[in-house]
Design a protein around this ligand. Structure first.
Ligand code: BTN
Length: 252
């Protein structure tokens, strides 16, 4: 039996040697009638997707490329804060491997210092106001060793931060367990109870930032997030809330 069964994983894991993208494969399976929840994992991706149309560098057998299919039947409320809650589950997993310094950056990056260690990409299938399905894509830099020029932003890996090779089977097992825990709490209690925990893990709390949407950019101070997971920024002395998958933050 694989470690995935031994540790009592909450859903099945389909493991592939190579895929275009685990998110794309999960979408195809949902389209063909597969019933959530289930996870898809690949050793590499040839067309790994990042947020805002970017590519996710996905070399063979070094990292974790993981997608989870979920059924959302609680309407738009159940989507509120969902990607942030996924971030908390990933964070808990990283910390369980000794990465005490890891934290989150709104909306759903995982960082150590200013270096990215994991990213999350949610894709929706169906009508968010009614019953829909969500693909939760998670990419973690685990044992990756690349020349830094291949990725256009500062990054790090679990191996670099922990100083040891990471067992990827144990990582998948723990990630699924923490996801089940956090997603269950989110479904039962909503986002508001997890909001404080998220703000406590936010590395950019109180920082002066530039929020970018396309070519527009606004400068403000990070006040936190609201009950829906939107970013609260203080801009010219006035507090405003921002949400949307196309937004990104930079330190000012
Ligand atoms: C980001 O831009 O930070 C999000 C990156 C998400 C990457 C993961 S890897 C597994 C899943 N499949 C994909 O194609 N993308 C996500």
């Amino acid at each position: 039996r694989s470690i995935l069964e031994k540790e009592g994983c909450p859903w099945t894991h389909q493991i592939f040697d190579s895929l275009d993208s685990t998110n794309a494969e999960t979408m195809r399976r949902l389209g063909a009638g597969a019933v959530p929840p289930f996870a898809v994992v690949a050793e590499r991706q040839t067309e790994g997707r990042g947020r805002r149309g970017r590519r996710w560098v996905s070399p063979y057998a070094q990292n974790l490329y993981y997608s989870l299919a979920l059924r959302i039947d609680g309407g738009a409320r159940q989507l509120e804060g969902l990607s942030l809650v996924v971030g908390l589950a990933v964070l808990k997993t990283l910390r369980s491997f000794g990465l005490a310094e890891a934290g989150v950056k709104w909306p759903n990056d995982l960082l150590v210092g200013n270096r990215k260690i994991a990213g999350i990409l949610l894709e929706l299938l169906g009508d968010p106001a009614d019953i829909c399905q969500v693909v939760v894509g998670i990419g973690v830099n685990v044992n990756m060793q690349l020349s830094t020029e291949e990725i256009d932003q500062p990054w790090t890996s679990m191996r670099t931060e922990a100083g040891v090779l990471i067992d990827r089977n144990a990582l998948v097992a723990r990630l699924s367990t923490h996801l089940e825990d956090y997603l269950g709490r989110h479904k039962r209690e909503g986002f508001s109870t997890l909001r404080t925990e998220w703000e406590g893990a936010h590395l950019w709390q109180g920082k002066l930032v530039n929020l970018t949407a396309g070519i527009q950019s606004i400068q403000g101070r990070v006040m936190g997030i609201d009950a829906t997971g939107a970013l609260r920024l203080s801009v010219d002395g006035e507090e405003r809330a921002y949400s949307g998958g196309e937004l990104s933050l930079r330190l000012s």
